[in-house]
Write a protein that binds this ligand. Structure first.
Ligand SMILES: Nc1nc2c(ncn2[C@@H]2O[C@H](COP(=O)(O)OP(=O)(O)OP(=O)(O)O)[C@@H](O)[C@H]2O)c(=O)[nH]1
Ligand SMILES: [Mg+2]
Length: 199
């Protein structure tokens, strides 16, 4: 799986529009502004492929990127309150709709900002992943914003608070510095292989 072979494939605004999985998928989920699109760009060696913004709520659709025969899926961020009620409803319908479908999920990468304690919605996301028995990993984002020592300490705090099942991979990442990105590529490759060997 060569991450240089990346291209934007499609964007969907409602769950009903989502086609069935054609390829193994790796989904990126997390609060708005946590750094999903930035991490995807870094993974794919492409600066502007996924749109990034300092304003939360940039990614409003489910976006598919084909990376060498695997779909990386950028999900809209949750938990952005400054939005109309109908927009919030469309948002949650879209995220829930995606996970409700019988998709070929090789891995879900659940992103959490390393600087903050997990929010109630982050807890909900992890609880959902555990309960639905989906393969998932945690990417702690924006590690460059803390000293190495603080980042490691905060990672331990977050792990404890989330009560992750034993063996859940946790990777410290920084999209601006590239920290952890190789590890995440390796993890994605392993899980995609794992899914293939189940068939
Ligand atoms: N310092 C630092 N800033 C980051 C990092 N990753 C993302 N950012 C910044 O955080 C902001 C949000 O990044 P996005 O990648 O757009 O976040 P997102 O999760 O895709 O947000 P939505 O599309 O709104 O759900 C941008 O201003 C990024 O430049 C990182 O690793 N380090
Ligand atoms: Mg985004």
């Amino acid at each position: 799986m060569n991450f240089h072979n990346a291209r934007f494939k499609a964007a969907y605004g409602t769950a009903a529009q989502l086609p069935e999985s054609a390829l193994p998928e790796v989904a990126f989920a997390g609060r708005s502004n946590v750094g999903k699109s930035s991490l995807l760009n870094r993974l794919m060696f492409r600066k502007g492929l996924a749109k990034v913004s300092g304003t939360p709520g940039k990614t409003a659709t489910v976006n598919f990127y084909d990376v060498d025969g695997v779909d990386l899926v950028d999900l809209p961020g949750y938990g952005y309150a400054k939005r109309s009620k109908t927009e919030l409803q469309r948002w949650s319908d879209l995220i829930e709709g995606y996970f409700d479908q019988d998709r070929q999920l090789a891995l879900v990468v659940s992103l959490i900002d390393i600087r903050h304690d997990p929010s109630a919605l982050d807890h909900d996301m992890v609880a959902f992943l555990v309960q639905s028995e989906l393969p998932f990993a945690i990417a702690l984002t924006k590690a460059d914003k803390l000293s190495r020592q603080k980042a490691l300490r905060q990672a331990a705090v977050i792990k404890k608070q989330l009560e992750l099942p034993k063996g859940t991979p946790v990777i410290l990442t920084s999209s601006s510095e590239g920290t952890g990105v190789d590890d995440l590529r390796r993890l994605i490759r392993d899980f995609v292989k794992g899914l293939a060997s189940e068939d």
